[in-house]
Design a protein around this ligand. Structure first.
Ligand SMILES: [Ca+2]
Ligand SMILES: [Ca+2]
Ligand SMILES: [Ca+2]
Ligand SMILES: [Ca+2]
Length: 367
């Protein structure tokens, strides 16, 4: 009877498969479970296409910078509506590193877009972001939440941020659906950051944010975990867009004092604008995914066969692709100026090559 002899092997195989599945699940860089979903009544909160909180799990679906994809989003409804999500692993408060120079930790994806493609003028439906660590280790989101404090929140007139947040929003009245860069139309410094649903989500593999994917087969876990620089106007090349935050921006909602968070386990997003103030249709925060930032070597620009986009490895493919950009004088290869100073200088010189090779040779960072 061969079958009984096979059974232990099958059992072992099943066990290993389950183990593998659980490992894959635990290592997902995206939110993995919905802790709670409490939308406030809005035009879309009873619409099955927008009221499934599971749409905030896993990677987002992106569009062009000027036109979002609205097929994988959950709406939070009007002000105060909220969702709380958990991850398969703690979200560390990362320090700055070559692969993550701005020390960013989480990226929130919604359906904001640049009006007419102008990055200084965005259609945004800001959501207030809060984070919490499972301090008492009971897997419940019953520990204090801290507010990611952006510039609007810190200037809110209420005595404490909690009062500024509840029950009305600091973005109401007026809806503030179209947000101009408060620092002006011509600066490269961004004044709108630290909120959800303010920055476009890009198409998978759109490495230069031109609205066309350069590699639709790129792993979403690599593309949507590379943060945009939230303090610079426009979208950082090789980022997937979305609103990136640093956990070091968290403040206590009562005292407004900065808190030191080594890591968090939960993120809560609260619709931060009053849909009632908008004269047409609905304005509400939407969420289509939350990613844990993964440091990406700036030299990891290609994978096997010189396919574009990071693959987590540094190989000859990366060097070949960089050299081809350099020879073609593509802006992506203008990464340095005189004395290997970082940033484009409009020239393609040995400085660019030296900086790239310096990045290539850096030790790998902890994922
Ligand atoms: Ca950080
Ligand atoms: Ca592109
Ligand atoms: Ca590579
Ligand atoms: Ca240069």
């Amino acid at each position: 009877m061969p079958l009984p002899r096979l059974r232990p092997v099958l059992n072992l195989t099943m066990f290993l498969l389950c183990l593998l599945t659980s490992i894959t699940f635990a290592s997902s860089p995206f939110a993995t479970s919905v802790v709670s979903y409490n939308p406030q009544p809005g035009q879309f909160t009873s619409n099955p296409a927008f009221n499934d909180p599971a749409r905030a799990l896993g990677p987002p679906l992106g569009g062009t910078p000027a036109q979002p994809d609205n097929t994988k989003l959950v709406t939070l409804g009007r002000e105060g509506g909220n969702i709380t999500l958990a991850f398969g692993r703690p979200v560390r408060n990362r320090a700055a590193s070559p692969g993550n120079p701005r020390a960013l930790d989480l990226i929130l994806f919604g359906n904001a877009f640049y009006v007419g493609g102008n990055p200084a003028r965005r259609w945004a439906e800001p959501g207030i972001i809060e984070v919490s660590a499972d301090v008492n280790n009971n897997t419940l989101a019953d520990d204090p939440f801290y507010v990611i404090a952006g510039p609007y929140l810190l200037s809110a007139p209420a005595p404490t941020l909690l009062e500024a947040l509840l029950p009305a929003s600091i973005f109401a009245p007026g809806g503030l659906t179209i947000l101009d860069n408060p620092l002006g139309p011509d600066t490269t410094t961004e004044g709108v950051y630290a909120y959800a649903d303010c920055t476009p989500t890009l198409l998978l593999g759109d490495l230069d944010a031109d609205g066309e994917s350069d590699n639709p087969a790129l792993d979403p876990a690599r593309f949507y975990t590379s943060p945009d620089n939230p303090l610079a106007v426009g979208l950082t090349p090789f980022s997937g867009g979305g609103d990136a935050i640093d956990l070091s921006w968290a403040v206590d909602p009562i005292t407004r004092q900065t808190v030191q968070l080594a890591q968090i386990d939960f993120v809560r997003v609260r619709s931060g604008l009053s849909s009632a103030q908008v004269s047409f249709g609905e304005a509400s925060t939407e969420l289509g995914g939350v990613a844990i930032v993964q440091p990406r070597s700036p030299a990891d620009i290609a994978g096997p066969g010189q396919s574009l986009g990071p693959d987590g490895e540094r190989t000859a493919d990366d060097i070949i692709v960089f050299l081809s950009w350099f020879i073609a004088q593509r802006p992506l290869a203008d990464i340095a100026g005189p004395g290997q100073s970082l940033g484009p200088d409009g020239e393609f010189t040995a400085d660019d090559l030296i900086v790239f090779m310096g990045w290539f040779l850096l030790p790998a960072e902890e994922p």
